[in-house]
Design a binder for this molecule. Structure first.
Ligand SMILES: NC(=O)c1ccc[n+]([C@@H]2O[C@H](COP(=O)([O-])OP(=O)(O)OC[C@H]3O[C@@H](n4cnc5c(N)ncnc54)[C@H](O)[C@@H]3O)[C@@H](O)[C@H]2O)c1
Length: 358
């Protein structure tokens, strides 16, 4: 039997063959979902609405999250074709998967992002790109070396009001920008109150692989309030409010100032740590103030850890996701000339569009 291929019967769901009224396989992006918690599930729901995407795999280290996400896929396609994975490397090893959605906590982005690019997958990756600048550079290098497409989940760039705000500023309709102020939420999104009974060391629940969840971060005693969703308030796994929001409001300020192709030349900041740094409590800065200047002479950005900033500046955002600017009529905007590309159909649509034009 040496050299002979062993043919095993394989169950292929009807939906994967382009039957049942589905888009033909050659016109679909075959996708795997890595990290199926809060944002991962939201992304999954969005991809499931796209006829030209086929989700074939889910991966999570929490069996409960994995089960819920997989049920969503199978209910959507009316079959049992979605395969589940505990280890993202096994999902990435599948040659039939074109692209992955990555919504693990920030401390995993670097390793998963690099491994995905090296496995020749395109990536819809959640913001921030990664937790450290070095990890971010490693992702960029792997994506470039492997000729991949990386779509960042900075969805505010796909929302019409943010796009319009950036257009207004970039077309000079509010004059020369002298300063940008960005308001971020302060404190820890009420995590300490919401989870006050979960701030102590306890045993790991059977559904969770805590070692794998911790991955490249320091393996600390298991405290539930440090995990799902609230990992962002501890520097071991997240980066506090600044890291959480830099891919949103700070990014929109960046967009409006046309800074996409330039890095900062000066950064200066200070923050206030929580008064009591007790076991289980968040340890990222409760308040922070950062000044960023992109290049000598450019408008400085002030990024503040307050509920909202209500002073002069092109952006005045109380944290409710609303950009308030002087009212500019659409015809004035049109008369000003340039419009900038934005996919108002949503960032999930963009991954498909980029693949089509790449
Ligand atoms: N674009 C946005 O508006 C937005 C909003 C919220 C979160 N996010 C980003 O999405 C990411 C996830 O945040 P969240 O709030 O959904 O967190 P979450 O804790 O709710 O979900 C993370 C999931 O990843 C799983 N996970 C952890 N390690 C894993 C591994 N090695 N392999 C597979 N799965 C693993 C966890 O078990 C969990 O189910 C973060 O990077 C966050 O910054 C973006």
């Amino acid at each position: 039997m040496a050299g002979a291929a062993l043919a095993l019967p394989t169950f292929i769901p009807a939906s994967a063959l382009g039957l049942n009224g589905k888009t033909a396989p050659s016109n679909r992006i075959v996708m795997g979902m890595i990290g199926c918690g809060n944002m991962g599930t939201s992304n999954l729901r969005a991809f499931l609405t796209k006829a030209d995407c086929q989700v074939v795999a889910t991966c999570d280290v929490d069996k409960n999250h994995l089960k819920k996400a997989t049920q969503l896929v199978n209910e959507r396609y009316q079959d049992q074709g979605c395969k589940t994975y505990h280890d993202f490397r096994e999902l990435l090893a599948r040659a039939d998967i074109d692209a992955v959605m990555m919504a693990t906590p920030d401390h995993w982005h670097g390793l998963v992002g690099v491994a995905a690019a090296k496995s020749k997958k395109d990536i819809y990756g959640e913001k921030p790109l990664a937790r450290t600048i070095l990890e971010q550079q490693m992702i960029v290098k792997a994506v470039e070396e492997n000729g991949r497409i990386y779509q960042m989940g900075s969805w505010q760039r796909s929302v019409a009001n943010f796009h319009k705000a950036a257009e207004i500023v970039r077309n000079g309709l509010i004059g020369t920008v002298k300063r940008v102020e960005v308001g971020l939420p302060k404190d820890y999104n009420d995590a300490e109150t919401r989870r006050k009974d979960e701030m102590h060391v306890t045993t790991v629940p059977p559904e969770l692989d805590y070692d794998m969840w911790s991955g490249p971060s320091k393996l600390l005693p298991y405290i539930p309030a440090r995990l799902h969703r609230d990992w962002r308030w501890n520097y071991n796994t997240g980066g506090g409010q600044l890291m959480d929001w830099i891919g949103h409001h700070c990014d929109i300020a960046h967009w409006g100032c046309d800074f996409d192709n330039s890095g900062p030349s000066e950064i200066e900041g200070h923050g206030e740590f929580p008064a009591a740094r007790r076991v289980g409590r968040p340890d990222s800065r409760a308040l922070l103030y950062v000044h960023v200047r992109r290049h000598p002479g450019a408008a400085p950005q002030e990024i503040g850890g307050r509920a909202g900033i209500h002073s002069a500046g092109w952006m005045d955002d109380p944290g409710a996701g609303v950009v308030r600017l002087p009212l500019v009529a659409d015809r004035e905007l049109a008369a000003a000339g340039a419009h900038y590309w934005s996919s108002h159909a949503g960032g999930h649509r963009s991954l498909r569009d980029f693949r089509a034009y790449a």
